[in-house]
Design a protein around this ligand. Structure first.
Ligand code: PMP
Length: 456
């Protein structure tokens, strides 16, 4: 409409004037708005149009679901089976498997895929499926601290009799080891479900199960994509969660998926989705399908066309990003827009993330006890997707204040909203900052952190 819609912290006819210190930048949530720039350029390949008469029925998925696995059942029975059991658009299932095959980050052959309203719904479905109603005590849900801050809240908000949040997995393990084995025999053994988020939210580290007992493990692999971490091998765990939100940035579409080995567990998860929301928005599934097709096409273009950006040039590109680390806006850089035009989401994402991590580290300075802040260091590893070594560039910065007790309050006084370490099961000297915000917010934060870090 020709009207400039500026971000709240910007003004002027072309939105180029930055607001002053009163402008608050909210990096509390991991809202992946950074990806808007990519999809703006790749608009044509990712647009979805759904005519008003389509996908109206609760059960429209039946038309697209794989016809029948059993030849003896009637068409009606087959349809009921498909609708009641899977709720999933067949084409979305196909594209999810194709995406994992092209990225090489998860095994899907012979596995069941369950779609959910974001992976948040599937997390709850997994707890429902993995805890037994026969237990006299609720199953303990544990995860190594620092753990994703939503887990405790989402686990306990309905005060389920099936499961309850029990905190840090390492503490749980120590308690188990120190408990009297005879007493444990008499009493019922405490059942548990362990959550492993890898790379971890909030700190970006690669994680493994801590307890190594008989309890089931849910692997939350929301960030196991090449823009955030080297893909070292296809993941092959019993129950893995993925989400469109962190893969393509379409958090508002609310689509997540679980890759599940055991058919009975998958079926129970679908039962949860049926009881909770009677399936998953088919409009969203269709949109997600189109987005994934565009991502896969972008990968194919990159791999198959000689005139496209080649891996060596990609190397050069991250070098350029480093050299240009002082530039104001990565979207202005030729190298970044090349990636957008080359339509490869992962190369684009990785370039932006490398650029941002370089900027952040330069602003924060060296991580010594005398400096204002510390950040974790990450070692490079061979990434099978990029065919070269890459360094992790997590979706969150896990910042430690070295001289302040309450890092969240310290940053708030400087116009930056962060999430305190307390929400992740550790101390208030830590905060989590989203690295996936739009570029103007990111640049303002970097400026402010640099001014806190430099000696007065
Ligand atoms: N798992 C992790 C580790 C996350 O960080 C997030 C989003 N912040 C989710 C799950 C939730 O994803 P979704 O948007 O699919 O519900």
């Amino acid at each position: 409409d020709g009207v400039c819609k500026c971000h709240a912290c910007y003004g002027g006819p072309d939105c180029s004037c930055q607001s002053g210190p009163e402008c608050i930048i909210d990096l509390d949530h991991g809202d992946p708005t950074m990806y808007e720039a990519y999809w703006l350029v790749n608009d044509a390949s990712s647009t979805t149009v759904i005519p008003g008469w389509q996908r109206m029925s609760y059960f429209a998925a039946a038309a697209a679901a794989p016809a029948a696995h059993t030849s003896s059942s009637s068409r009606v029975e087959q349809q009921e089976q498909a609708v009641a059991v899977w709720f999933m658009e067949h084409e979305l299932d196909v594209q999810i498997r194709a995406l994992h095959a092209v990225v090489g980050n998860a095994i899907t052959e012979g596995r069941h895929i369950v779609v959910g309203t974001g992976s948040t719904q599937l997390y709850q479905a997994a707890l429902y499926a993995l805890s037994s109603p026969e237990q006299s005590k609720p199953t303990s849900v544990i995860s190594a601290a620092p753990y994703y801050s939503s887990y405790p809240v989402v686990t306990d908000y309905l005060r389920s009799a099936l499961f309850r949040w029990a905190g840090d997995a390492t503490t749980f393990k120590l308690q188990q080891q120190s408990s009297d084995p005879n007493a444990a025999e008499e009493e019922e053994q405490q059942q548990y479900i362990e959550l492993v988020t890898s790379p971890n939210n909030p700190d970006g580290r690669i994680q493994h199960a801590v307890v190594n007992g008989s309890g089931p493990v849910i692997h939350d692999l929301a960030y196991y994509w090449p823009h955030y971490t080297p893909i070292t091998a296809p993941a092959d765990h019993d129950l893995m969660l993925f989400t469109l939100s962190k893969c393509t940035g379409h958090a508002g579409t609310r689509i997540g998926w679980a890759i599940v080995k055991d058919a009975a567990v998958a079926k129970k998860m679908v039962k949860f989705v049926e009881l909770n929301t009677i399936g998953v928005s088919q409009d969203s599934q269709i949109r997600a399908t189109q987005i994934l097709k565009a991502v896969i096409q972008g990968c194919n273009n990159y791999g198959h066309q000689g005139n496209r950006l080649q891996p060596q040039e990609a190397d050069q590109d991250s070098a350029n990003s480093n050299a240009n680390a002082a530039a104001a806006d990565p979207a202005d850089q030729m190298t970044i827009s090349q990636h957008i035009q080359n339509q490869n989401l992962f190369h684009y994402g990785h370039s932006i993330m490398s650029y941002r991590w370089n900027r952040l580290r330069a602003a924060v300075g060296s991580s010594s006890s005398s400096s204002t802040f510390s950040l974790l260091d990450f070692s490079p590893d061979q990434c099978t997707f990029f065919g070269k070594k890459t360094t992790p560039t997590p979706a969150f910065a896990w910042l430690q204040c070295n001289k302040e007790v309450d890092c969240e309050a310290f940053l708030k006084a400087r116009g930056i909203i962060s999430r305190s370490g307390r929400h992740f099961g550790v101390g208030p000297e830590f905060v989590r900052l989203s690295m996936l915000e739009r570029s103007h917010s990111f640049e303002l934060v970097v400026q402010r952190l640099a001014s806190c870090s430099s000696p007065a």
